[in-house]
Write a protein that binds this ligand. Structure first.
Ligand code: SAH
Length: 241
């Protein structure tokens, strides 16, 4: 069934698609009155609707029922990602959204090669990529991409989750599987480093902040591979696959 994100809540049992959404529904998909669509508020609620009328800039939909979106992971996942080089973050945002993260927080660490002065435009671009990915894969939440923050702040924020994982390329003792042997918390944060990896003092700071240092195995993964592998493994451990 066609699916659209809408801003706002139903009024008098109606929700209306405007702009690009209306164009896509009316012109591209050629939906007509009486047909069914699902509208999602991007905050976890789906509305099953029937189309009442189709105009150029307004597709009016009557809400038949509402229910929690069925496509969200059981855990609330946040990815803290060191700013990578070039446009790698585009790929990471897209894949992380497909895999179900609720939030992506880019941060700057000691070994980040890319240190742009102005990051607002980049964040805007990543937010757009997140929206497109969320639409494509049928998310019930529209994941947020946060502003770029310093490493210390990222570690402190990440430590607040019930399960707070620091993916460290030099971790030799604790594998991810052991770290999750007692289960996965309702909130999970995953902190991943840049191409250059973490400085030893950053690893110490993360552990002091309360994060668990874990390994993804004996091979060093690229910074764009690590979040995909880590998210897949956490989802699996959390009973989502
Ligand atoms: N240049 C570094 C590797 C950086 S890999 C070196 O050669 O040591 C980029 C990031 O991916 C790391 O900071 C870490 O967060 C994650 N990562 C890659 N491989 C990993 C592994 N085997 N275990 C845990 N984390 C890993």
């Amino acid at each position: 069934m066609p699916r659209f994100f809408v801003a706002g809540q139903p009024e008098n049992g109606l929700l209306t698609l405007h702009g690009e959404n209306a164009h896509h529904a009316g012109r591209v998909l050629r939906l007509r009155s009486g047909e069914s669509v699902t509208l999602c508020d991007g905050k976890g609620t789906d509305f099953d609707c029937t189309i009442e009328s189709v105009e150029k800039d307004a597709v009016v939909c009557r809400v038949q029922s509402s229910h929690p979106a069925e496509t969200e992971p059981k855990q609330r996942l946040t990815l803290f990602m060191a700013l990578p080089k070039g446009d790698k973050m585009d790929f990471i945002v897209q894949k992380a959204v497909e895999l179900g993260v609720r939030e992506i927080v880019p941060y700057l660490s000691k070994n980040c090669v890319s240190r742009p002065d102005k990051t607002e435009k980049k964040v805007e671009r990543w937010q757009k990529i997140a929206l497109e990915a969320a639409k494509q894969c049928g998310r019930g939440y529209l994941p947020a991409v946060g502003a770029v923050i310093p490493f210390e702040q990222a570690a402190a924020q990440a430590a607040q989750s019930e399960t707070a994982l620091f993916f460290y390329e030099h971790e030799k003792q604790t594998g991810l599987r052991d770290a999750l042997a007692d289960g996965v918390g309702e909130t999970v944060s995953l902190l991943i480093g840049p191409e250059g990896g973490f400085a030893p003092e950053e690893a110490a700071l993360a552990v002091d902040a309360g994060l668990k240092s874990v390994s993804l195995g004996t091979r060093i993964l690229r910074c764009e591979t690590a979040p995909v592998a880590a998210l897949a493994a956490v989802l699996y451990a959390g009973g989502n696959m």
